[in-house]
Design a binder for this molecule. Sequence first.
Ligand code: ADP
Ligand code: MG
Length: 598
Amino acid sequence: MSGIVILDEITAGQIAAGEVVERPVSAVKELVENALDAGASIITIDLTEGGLAGIAVTDNGCGIAGEDINLAFQRHATSKIRTASDLSRVTTLGFRGEALPSIASVARVIMTTRVSGSVLGTRAEVQGGSIVKVAPAGCPAGTIIEVKDLFYNTPARRKTMKSSTAEGALISEQVSRMALARTGVRIELRTQGRRVFYTPGTGRLIDAIASVYGAQLGKEMLKVTAADGNLSVEGYAGKPSLSRSTRSHLTIIVNGRYVRCPAIVAAIEDAYRTLLPKGRKPVAVLSLSVAPEELDVNVHPAKLEVRLLEEERIARLVAGALRSVLRERSVIPAAVIERRYKNHRQNYDQKAFTQVPALFPRESGPAPLFTRTKQEQEGSVPVQVIYSKPDNAPVLAQQEGLEENDIGKLPLLKPLAQLLPTYILAGSGDGLYIIDQHAAHERVLYEEFLAGQGKHSSQCLLVPVTLELEYRETSILSELVLWFTDAGFIIEHFGGNTFLLRGAPAYLPAGLEKEFFLDIIDYFKEKGLIPGRLEFMERLAASVACRGAIKAGETMSLSAMEALLHRLTLTENPFTCPHGRPTIIHLSKRDLENRFKR
Ligand code: ADP
Ligand code: MG
């Protein structure tokens, strides 16, 4: 090691930029925050190649006086606070004076700006963190900041960037959330010159929601309001039917700032818990106001998280407000929801067991249907151990090891009983097997689906389903449309971001086509990459399997168990479900003998 030195400005700038400007979306966030802090009522964001090649943010805010331009690009130079004590009541989005110098140290920046009182504005070019050219310029009041070739001088960072589609998608999500947080501002996002979305700036949250997520979704939102002393919550919560597979449509705004707030997210999800199927996330936009001193905004390098001093009280208020809205309107009471999903499952079972058998080898004969007693259909099955009746108790083979009609990797399994009722107890010549019914069924459906690839027939929907996608979803769909078509979806472009789903694969349960479709899109949106055909099909297969598989706790008849075990035997990998959890455990004859000391 050599001696200690103070790093030069550029190096120090690049290091700091690593925290503030991680990817194009972070630069966009900072620039839009500056525009909002400048009091702009109209903000336009233009992207080239997902922001990697260019970002331009135009605002009609207060502008920067010519003599201040130099300062704006210096570290810790800000017009927003003066002393540390101001931090406790900061109401602007920025306050550290770090964004502009950080961005300027990793990109080429041109700023054109005019304060409304002066006749001429200023144009400044910044390179490698320092201003290389300043000149007077004629321009509208406000500021245009152009950022080009992000990370051109930090090749390692540049290499970690995703595709421009994926980076653009992250930006679209961020800007939509900022637009939801500032409904009084007209915000427009464009990419390659094309409008992605536009909020009207009416000051009404519902208008912003409708422009960002589509009018159709806007209609399914319920208004939420609640207050407790100096705390208040305002916003909209989606009906449970709007659920998504990720939290992409869950936005929390605190004092006009979009933030991540795990405790509040948990409170929201808790309020929805009995209303949504497992793994589904609600759609909601909630705006909280708290006294500025109740909020610490200076806890995260990119200001993505805040600390709420009275987090618990706020979480209770939010959860209470949501619960009352979700009940009072009796959107769909928990019990009805349960039945609704049950019904879907019943439709599905029939399909799975009447249509899927085509995927089996012929010799297995017609697969028995899941049979349901009247009691089961009414959903009042007591949780209990079900013993098979003595007269159809299977006689277990005496010999050890595989039996002659064993197929595949498992011995011939004879179901004995269902336990809890989540596990199938099955016997073979080699002892006792305990099978997780859900995991096993998932594996079966997963493999059957993949084996039937290319043979998935479509079914026309009686009423086409309208899909209003967001920009990033549209771009993902445009990349995946071929494979969706391959899988049996019939999709028609209606114009803009609207599509019609005219047909869906026949294996999908009726009524769930749209949810299913959006799940797949959400999944790849979240992952940020466009899959190959195989990965796409595997994802589809896993979704089909997870949705379609019998749940833990559902009673099965002996013949249904037999059919399931038979189909499990036919799979390539009967031992784990598509998520890698075990499907089957074994208590061998030897284990039993040891335990009973025989
Ligand atoms: P911060 O926002 O934390 O103050 P920045 O580095 O983002 O720090 O910006 C530095 C200063 O430049 C701001 O305090 C503000 O005075 C000025 N500024 C930046 N962007 C704009 C803009 N779009 N309009 C007017 N002033 C701006
Ligand atoms: Mg700023």
